[in-house]
Write a protein that binds this ligand. Structure first.
Ligand code: NAD
Ligand code: DAU
Length: 355
């Protein structure tokens, strides 16, 4: 997409964790673009994530549900978007194990609704139009001790969440093949950073360490994830949006593999220091609990393609990113307290009660 146009871009899921960083990035970097954030504001969506930019003249928030076809079609008719960056999804693996169908509804049906509306709006006039689908490395399944996910790795999703994301990826790809819809897909590894909902590993552990609560490590803690700072993901999305080749897939990863238990111990050490606790205090909170069913062993992205073709690489080291993240959570206790009141408690009890 040439960046000299006055694009009107629909960002779905822009009130969530990654979406809010993407919205902020586009609103502040491209004053001539108009950014419309469509979000249902589920438990994971929070307008507090965007307080700093909500009054910018090139930004508009619309509350709505991507699974509502009539609403989505009317929205596209009214706005005639040039491009879509599609992030709205149910995103947490443990919730997908509790309630798979809601993942099919949001991630598959919701994506097809947005695809249909884009297709109907653009009506074969695809020049300078783009459907950008944000996906995950989990669609590739689970790795053993060696190897990496590349763009040509076969899909082998193993949880209801990853199966629903794989389904949505296949629909996006099928609209390119069948209708020539201009699409691009990126598959990213585990993100961390400010504004992540504390159901995910890092903010959950930060929250529990601060409150001297048990730190529930699934199984033996040997599972491995490849961690990327969320702002580096937003940078990559900006780059792919403007310079990526239509029809391509790009894998995005942190070149940064960690065993869960090692990352939790590292967090404990950092937070003991920041909270002026005796070294070793927080580690005593670690509890090994019943494993996640079907727990993927290892994810690791080979990000060579986006690096060599588009020149992307992470801008912060893991040490820097983690420091920024922990500081942010400690400085934004009101945000954390707010999102962990109410429905969070019910979820937490049902997820961890009998482990
Ligand atoms: P998130 O759960 O923090 O945010 C999802 C957002 O989507 C929320 O604001 C929610 O309100 C909104 N939403 C959910 N259902 C909706 C609906 N029916 N209609 C409109 N809005 C709806 O998720 P995230 O971690 O920011 O992930 C964003 C995207 O990136 C997802 O597609 C996810 O699969 C993908 N992804 C996430 C990661 C990660 O590590 N978090 C890594 C790779 C890819
Ligand atoms: O890889 C990208 C994916 O990363 C995204 O597509 C998902 O949206 C995102 O949720 C994330 O999935 P994971 O399942 O890897 O993330 P989560 O933070 O839930 O868990 C990370 C690891 O930590 C995983 O091996 C499970 C483990 N874990 C998690 C929680 C919440 C624990 O040991 N204890 C916990 O309490």
């Amino acid at each position: 997409m040439e960046s000299n146009k006055n694009f009107k871009i629909l960002v779905t899921g822009g009130a969530g964790f990654i979406g809010s960083h993407v919205v902020r990035r586009f609103v502040t970097s491209y004053p001539d673009y108009s950014i419309v954030n469509l979000d249902k504001l589920t438990y994971a969506g929070n307008l507090e994530n965007l307080r700093d930019i909500e009054k910018m003249p090139n930004y508009q928030f619309i509350k709505g549900d991507i699974t509502n076809m009539t609403f989505v079609n009317a929205l596209f008719k009214e706005h005639e978007f040039d491009a879509v960056i599609h992030l709205a999804a149910e995103s947490h693996v443990d919730r997908s194990i509790q309630d798979p169908l809601s993942f099919v509804t949001t991630n598959v049906v919701g994506t097809v609704n947005i695809l249909n509306a884009a297709l109907a709006t653009w009506k074969d006039h695809f020049e300078n139009k783009l459907f950008y689908h944000i996906s995950t490395d989990e669609v590739y399944g689970s790795l053993g001790e060696s190897g990496y996910f590349t763009e040509s790795t076969s899909y082998d999703p193993k949880s209801p969440y990853s199966a629903s994301k794989a389904g949505s990826d296949h629909f996006v790809r099928s609209y390119e093949n069948t209708y020539a819809l201009p699409v691009v897909i990126t598959n990213c590894s585990n993100n961390y950073g400010p504004y992540q909902f504390p159901e995910k590993l890092l903010p959950l552990m930060i929250h529990n360490i601060r409150n001297n609560k048990p730190l529930p490590v699934y199984g033996t803690g040997e599972n491995i994830r490849d961690w990327l700072f969320v702002k580096d993901h937003a940078d990559a999305i900006d780059l792919v949006f403007h310079s990526g080749k239509k029809g391509e897939t790009y894998n995005i990863g942190g070149f940064n593999e960690w065993k869960n238990i090692d990352i939790v111990r590292l967090l404990c050490r950092i937070m003991d220091d920041k909270l002026h606790r005796q070294p070793g205090t927080s580690e005593k909170l670690i509890e090994f609990v019943k494993d996640r069913p079907g727990h993927d062993q290892r994810y690791a992205i080979d990000a060579a393609k986006i690096s060599s073709e588009l020149g992307w690489k992470p801008s912060v080291t893991f040490e820097q990113g983690l420091e920024i993240t922990v500081d942010w959570y400690l400085e934004n206790i009101a945000w954390l307290d707010h999102v962990t009141s109410g429905a969070y408690k019910t979820y937490y009890d049902s997820q961890y009660r009998n482990r």
